[in-house]
Design a protein around this ligand. Structure first.
Ligand SMILES: Nc1ncnc2c1ncn2[C@@H]1O[C@H](COP(=O)(O)OP(=O)(O)OP(=O)(O)O)[C@@H](O)[C@H]1O
Length: 233
């Protein structure tokens, strides 16, 4: 778990986001180093997705600075696109492309040479081999979630961003998700995720940021934060 450049890969300082009158995110700081995993935890509407979108460069904060490896995070920056993998939502799918074709498209977009073996491995790991030639409309919701995850795994990445990746997964797929995220960390990938599942957070993350109404109400080791929140598992 080496630290790239000795510091944080993702560095947020005083980052905030307002939508009109609504303050979705109040100024917060966040540092995430290579091999680290920070989990965002909080009720619906607490600001988790807003923060993830800013970290992914898909949205610009209305206050503060968001840096990836020292440069402003923007999806328009080829360096950010090359090194930041975001697990997308269903809107990111093409109805007439098969599961395998989606993965091939991502691999080609990232200039991965000889992607076939890599794609086969990811399909097998995500239990999608039997659905490689299926179209999105014929997938179950859990299989769809697995495909979206797979698409982030057939390309190089230094930062992996996931918004409630446990959604719609069965217990076995959730266990494999936890193992995957730990393996990502061991490979030096920084992982930032939002989840509603305390067990997943404890298993994979070394830091938890608890949000409420766009405000950080607790942060630290996941078990300690959950204790502060009075969370019972
Ligand atoms: N595009 C938008 N325009 C206006 N308000 C928005 C927009 N996106 C988010 N918000 C508001 O910002 C707040 C935070 O939303 P956000 O999606 O970040 O919450 P969340 O913690 O990800 O919730 P969930 O657990 O339901 O996914 C909410 O009050 C939401 O209504």
């Amino acid at each position: 778990m080496g630290e790239r450049g000795g510091g944080a890969l993702l560095r947020l300082r005083g980052v905030s986001r307002t939508y009109g009158e609504r303050q979705a995110l109040r100024p917060l700081d966040l540092d995430l180093a290579a091999g680290g995993c920070t989990v965002l935890f909080g009720h619906n509407g607490s600001g988790k997705s807003t923060l993830l979108r800013i970290a992914a460069g898909r949205d610009t904060p209305t206050g503060g600075t968001a840096l990836f490896d020292g440069r402003p995070v923007s999806e328009d920056d080829p360096e950010v696109r090359a090194r930041v993998a975001v697990v997308g939502d269903m809107a990111a799918c093409y109805p007439d492309l098969t599961v395998r074709e989606h993965l091939e498209l991502v691999a080609v977009a990232h200039a991965v040479a000889d992607a076939d073996d890599w794609i086969d491995q990811v399909l097998a790991d995500r239990r999608l081999a039997d659905h490689a030639h299926a179209l999105p409309a014929s997938l179950s919701s859990g299989q769809m979630q697995s495909m979206l995850l797979a698409a982030a795994l057939v390309r190089p990445r230094d930062l992996l961003i996931l918004d409630e990746p446990e959604q719609r997964l069965d217990p076995d797929a959730r266990r494999r998700l936890a193992r995957l995220l730990l393996a990502e960390r061991a490979d030096g990938v920084a992982v930032l995720l939002a989840t509603h599942q305390a067990e997943l957070a404890v298993e994979v993350a070394d830091r938890m940021v608890a949000l409420e109404d766009g405000r950080v109400i607790a942060e630290g080791a996941p078990t300690e934060v959950l204790e502060q929140l009075g969370h019972r598992s």
